[in-house]
Design a protein around this ligand. Structure first.
Ligand code: INI
Length: 155
């Protein structure tokens, strides 16, 4: 018989850290609102949620890694936004942040969810942060709960 492991969306008892970038806070504030909504709707208690602010996306991996490595959290949600500018600067930031988040998750064994928006325009970023339909912070919260529950089952 196939032994199936699937994470539920029951957030009761889970401890979650959210790392928010202050850069583009018009967008990241909305992502955090969505993440908090997603977490609490699925039963994560307010007292089990920590919100950490960092200057920009480039600083997200180091903070996420520290919180993941602390052993106090079942998952970390990274909320940041990189929006295309006049130069290729944004591409370096987005690339390093993405690589750093993935590396920190693999090194610590704690899921770090990519609640990140990379957009060509502010308008696109507004749409993806709940302005028109889905808030990426909300889906990141559901992903955090599901993968944290999968990992709990695997042990
Ligand atoms: N930080 C962001 O979060 N998003 C951006 O779009 C961005 N751009 O394009 O400049 C950005 N820059 C700041 C960067 O993350 C660092 O905070 C800064 O370079 C100091 O290390």
């Amino acid at each position: 018989m196939v032994k199936k492991i699937e994470g539920s969306l029951d957030g009761k008892g889970l401890k979650i850290a959210i790392v928010q970038s202050r850069f583009n806070d018009l967008i990241t504030g909305k992502l955090v609102e969505g993440a908090l909504d997603g977490l609490t709707r699925h039963g994560v208690a307010d007292k089990d949620i920590h919100l950490i602010l960092v200057p920009g996306s480039f600083e997200v991996p180091i903070a996420s890694k520290r919180f993941a490595a602390s052993g106090k959290f079942d998952a970390v949600i990274a909320c940041s936004a990189v929006i295309r500018g006049a130069t290729s600067h944004n591409e370096y930031i987005a690339h390093e942040m993405t690589k750093g988040i993935a590396q920190a998750a693999l090194e610590t064994g704690v899921p770090i969810i990519y609640g990140v928006i990379t957009a060509d325009t502010l308008e696109q970023a507004i749409e993806r942060s709940g302005g028109k339909g889905t808030n990426k912070g909300f889906t990141a919260a559901e992903t955090a709960i599901e993968i944290a529950n999968v990992i709990k089952q695997v042990g």
